[in-house]
Design a protein around this ligand. Structure first.
Ligand SMILES: [Mg+2]
Length: 185
């Protein structure tokens, strides 16, 4: 167990999984396309197929890590943050909940893990998340918190005074002074 986990007085950074640390969207798009075999279907049918392919045993556990998310994680770990994965569990698939925990045990064994229906319930001083709606819901109760948002096509236009969008190493370096202030307490 690493030092960041043992330090229970350290400031907490909550870190999302899908679209932040693991490539849900890439894997879902690939497997839905494979299932459709070029057929055109409605958005509702597409969603049903996505639910089917993602509910295959082992699907969530085999998702690939995303480099930007892990670069952010390394920085936070080095600055002494306590790492806590904070991920939404799909309502209809409890198998996914346990596979998310298994994924964390394999890829970031020093982090705590919370799988929840509502991220706003969980405490932290820093959030790492790609999804604007989740960020706004969480910040509503923590107006002083800082959010690092890994760049994704779906968050391109999102602006918020507490949010730093991270696409490059330079973006991450720019976020460092704010993180250091929080790490100092
Ligand atoms: Mg996400």
């Amino acid at each position: 167990m690493s030092a960041s986990r043992r330090r229970t007085d350290a400031p907490v950074a909550v870190v999302d999984l899908d679209g932040t640390l693991c490539d849900y969207d890439g894997a879902a798009a690939r497997d839905v396309a494979r299932a459709l075999g070029g057929d055109r279907v409605s958005a509702a049918t597409r969603l049903r197929i996505e639910r089917l392919v993602t509910s295959q045993p082992g699907w969530w556990a085999s998702l690939k890590p995303l480099p930007t998310g892990f670069r952010i994680l390394r920085l936070l770990r080095g600055m002494g943050f306590r790492l806590a994965v904070l991920t939404k569990g799909p309502a209809g698939s409890h198998g996914a909940w346990s596979e998310k925990v298994a994924w964390c045990a394999r890829h970031l064994p020093d982090a705590d893990v919370t799988v929840t229906h509502d991220k706003a319930l969980v405490h932290g001083r820093v959030m790492v998340d790609d999804w604007p709606e989740a960020i706004e819901g969480w910040l509503r109760w923590r107006p002083q918190a800082l959010v690092l948002m890994p760049a994704q096509p779906w968050n391109r236009g999102f602006r918020h005074p507490n949010v730093r969008r991270i696409a490059t190493a330079k973006d991450l370096a720019r976020a460092k002074p704010g993180l250091a202030a929080i790490a100092r307490g």
